[in-house]
Design a protein around this ligand. Structure first.
Ligand SMILES: Cc1cc2nc3c(=O)[nH]c(=O)nc-3n(C[C@H](O)[C@H](O)[C@H](O)COP(=O)(O)OP(=O)(O)OC[C@H]3O[C@@H](n4cnc5c(N)ncnc54)[C@H](O)[C@@H]3O)c2cc1C
Length: 708
């Protein structure tokens, strides 16, 4: 942190500083600030056209400015947002520094056109976003900041800036006055705060003799009972909302709590023992627990729902930097303690959590669900099913609950198939990716301990396919091929939930310090691809996944050994390199020709895309790059249709399909957001909530599915 002396006496504009005190009033007449009068500091003025010499566009701008100026609050009270502040790697303290450095202060002063950066007190500024921009179009990689300037603090700490601040004007794209200084809080605080306000409003109503009883369907006799199936991000956030608003919540999870789940995953990696109910997909925290914990989402980083979710994660132990980092991620080591805190909080709220219990069936009464049948998924002697009666069910089962999908069909729940993507996972030495992305700066990575982030990439291309047969007009199909779930400094892991199937994904720890970089390279597939394999019906996509997962297991030769091929051999459709480069995958790899895996049009689309990716990332095609098969569970292959007004299943009242498994999310944050809004929807339908928080937690978005 730079040390700024506030008793500094400066001399500029040929005038020496004199110090005497005066007082001036802010808009609020009670609020006086002592001002030390120093030489006045003004914005640098540019030569301007005036009067008739102004262009019509300039006149228009001036009119608009006058108009907004009269409405705008005096800028000596609020917050100015300063964006596009670029600091070179050399001058920046590095990726793990989230405060105001001297170099950043200089950049702030430049944008403000403030002559003496050292006079700006760093305490008046807060970093609200920090990203690392290493795009090739830049002259050199830079840290890019967005910073908020608190005018009140600034004037308090450095009153000599008053004159300057009062003349500050917005600059397109880099300086704006924030009219609404919205502060975001975690979900529980938001709900509690609103309940407090409601209670005081209600007591005021009672005092005035006009208390209205409200829409609570459950009067005072009992709390509404809700069963939440699945403890992934969507199930956890739905449970949190429902417990906070007063529902009696039972959270049923087929997998184990993170402590036991960790041991089960250990046994899988070391002894090849797959627990079908407790693994990389099933268990506390859902599929994203043993993951890279990327918290990026395409729903928009600044939307209220996302910010509420991120603040909630911070409340449960995530580092505050996830609120600021341009590409926030947690890593498995941080996710596990966070989930323990989440669990403890839910239990304190009275949520009953049943780990190792699987929902096998629904209890249906006419067109309404009335409960679930659950059984012990640990395979204990007493595996007879129990019934749990309830008023609503939140179905948050993730994309691997294939048996649950089948069960839904037996109750004629509306399920439709959905497009998704399949492909392979590519792994490079991390050093190679660092070199490609950062060139000379690559040595600053230092296995995640250096100044710059471990390099990642994101590539996407549209590829014209050769699969004309499936279209009657013989036009080649255009497919999007893209990288997905990139894990810098990570490892490839097994995400199978059945020993006869093989599928993989990637994870990493917070430091991202491993020697490898992996990412899925996938091609979108739709019903036409399923039909090509004679797969029809709502679960055609699930069957499509299964076909290739079984094929991959066979190609690997069993025991979860993964078939692999170097990128160079894959492009040439040959198997020359049989002594493949090392892989981070712990259960062993077997050199294979991956052309034997997918239909030709998918393989060819991948080949072309890889060649195109190499133009963007020269060196991507390498003998040291290893393709692993298969990546099939990129997102849910189905959608359980739900009503846009009540969020209930379109075919079964009281059933709320949410999250990734239901086809409404794709990633940790989007699943959490969907779960949160589903929680509010259930609460509203049960008379526990009245939409009063929409302005704070944001409105639910009707997204089909969102990839991270
Ligand atoms: C290895 C890996 C890495 C990933 N990395 C990232 C990442 O870095 N960033 C990111 O945003 N996303 C990542 N994802 C995706 C992300 O994990 C999911 O999008 C997200 O977890 C979906 O949340 P969900 O709540 O909808 O479902 P899930 O997280 O899948 O949770 C569903 C839960 O329901 C339980 N369940 C299923 N059926 C039943 C039943 N019948 N009875 C009881 N319980 C049941 C399951 O055991 C599971 O715990 C990753 C996924 C994997 C597998």
């Amino acid at each position: 942190m730079p040390v700024i002396s506030h008793s500094l006496t400066v001399s500029f504009n040929n005038c020496s500083a004199s110090t005497f005190y005066s007082r001036f009033a802010f808009r609020n007449p009670n609020q006086y600030v002592e001002v030390r009068q120093f030489p006045r500091i003004y914005c640098a003025k540019k030569a301007k056209r005036t009067g008739k010499l102004r262009y019509p566009s300039e006149k228009k701008k001036l009119r608009e400015k006058k108009q907004t100026k009269s409405d705008a609050p005096t800028p000596i009270e609020g917050v100015w947002r300063i964006s596009r502040l670029a600091v070179s790697v050399q001058d920046d303290p590095g990726k793990d520094f989230w405060d105001i450095s001297e170099a950043l202060l200089k950049e702030i002063a430049k944008i403000l056109e403030f002559p003496v950066s050292s006079m700006l007190p760093p305490e008046a500024f807060t970093v609200v976003r920090k990203s690392f921009d290493a795009r090739k179009l830049q002259k050199e990689p830079k840290f890019v900041y967005t910073v908020d300037m608190d005018v009140h603090k600034l004037l308090h700490l450095e009153p000599r800036t008053w004159e300057f601040i009062s003349e500050l004007e917005p600059k397109n794209g880099c300086l704006e006055f924030l009219h609404f200084d919205k502060t975001f809080a975690d979900l529980s605080s938001i709900i509690r705060e609103s309940q407090k306000m409601k209670e005081s409003a209600t007591s005021a109503e009672i005092v005035h003799g006009n208390h209205i009883t409200g829409s609570d369907n459950f009067s005072t006799t009992r709390k509404p009972r809700v069963v939440v199936i699945g403890s992934g991000p969507s199930g956890l956030f739905a449970s949190l909302v429902l417990a906070e608003v007063g529902a009696d919540v039972t959270l049923v999870e087929r997998g184990e709590a993170v402590e036991q789940r960790g041991r089960d995953i250990g046994a899988l990696i070391v002894r090849r023992m797959l627990q079908v109910e407790s693994n990389f997909c099933f268990g506390e925290g859902g599929a994203g627990t043993w993951s890279d914990g990327k918290l990026v989402t395409r729903t928009g980083r600044n939307n209220s729902s996302v910010l509420t979710v991120l603040n909630t994660l911070v409340n449960f132990g995530a580092p505050r930097c996830i609120l600021v980092d341009g590409k926030p991620h947690l890593g498995t080591d941080r996710l596990i303690p966070l989930l323990k805190n989440f669990r403890q909080y839910l239990q304190e709220l009275g949520v009953t959590i049943r780990f190792g219990m699987r929902v096998d069936d629904l209890l249906v009464n006419g067109e309404t669900v009335s409960g679930v049948k659950i059984s012990d998924s640990r395979g204990s002697f007493d595996s007879s099913s129990q019934k749990l009666e309830c008023d609503a069910i939140v179905l948050a089962v993730g994309h691997s609950a294939r048996d649950t999908y089948q069960m839904l069909l037996s109750h004629n729940v509306n399920v439709i198939h959905k497009d998704f993507a399949v492909g392979l996972r590519v792994e490079h030495p991390q050093e190679l990716i660092n070199d490609i992305q950062y060139s000379g700066l690559a040595n600053e990575v230092q296995c995640g301990r250096g100044k710059v982030p471990v390099a990642d990439y994101q590539v996407a291309q549209c590829v014209k396919g050769t699969d004309t047969s499936i279209l009657s007009n013989m036009e080649p199909v255009t497919r999007s091929c893209y990288s997905f779930c990139m894990c810098p400094g990570g490892q490839v892991v097994l995400t199978s939930t059945d020993p006869s199937e093989l599928c993989i994904n990637g994870m990493s720890f917070s430091r991202r310090s491993s020697r490898w970089a992996n990412a899925a390279l996938v091609v979108n597939v739709s019903s036409k691809d399923f039909e090509d394999l004679n797969l029809t019906g709502p679960l055609a996509g699930v069957e499509f996944q299964r076909v290739f997962e079984r094929k991959a297991a066979m190609m690997g030769g069993g025991d979860f050994v993964v078939p692999v091929q170097t990128v160079t051999d894959f492009l040439d459709n040959r198997l020359l390199v049989t002594s493949v480069p090392p892989s981070s995958y712990r259960l062993g790899v077997k050199p294979s020709n991956l052309h034997e895996l997918y239909p030709t049009h998918i393989t060819e689309a991948l080949q072309r895309a890889i060649s195109m990716f190499n133009e963007e990332l020269p060196g991507f095609i390498s003998n040291n790059a290893l393709l692993h098969g298969v990546e099939t569970r990129t997102s849910s292959p189905i959608q359980i249709t739900r009503r846009s007004d009540t969020w209930e299943s379109t075919s079964l009242k009281g059933l709320y399909p949410v999250g990734e498994g239901a086809g409404y999310a794709g990633g940790i944050v989007s699943a959490a957001v969907d779960g949160m809004h589903a929680g509010f929807a259930v609460a509203r339908n049960l008379g526990l909530y009245d939409n009063s928080l929409d302005t704070i937690v944001g409105k639910a978005q009707s997204v089909g599915f969102v990839k991270y």
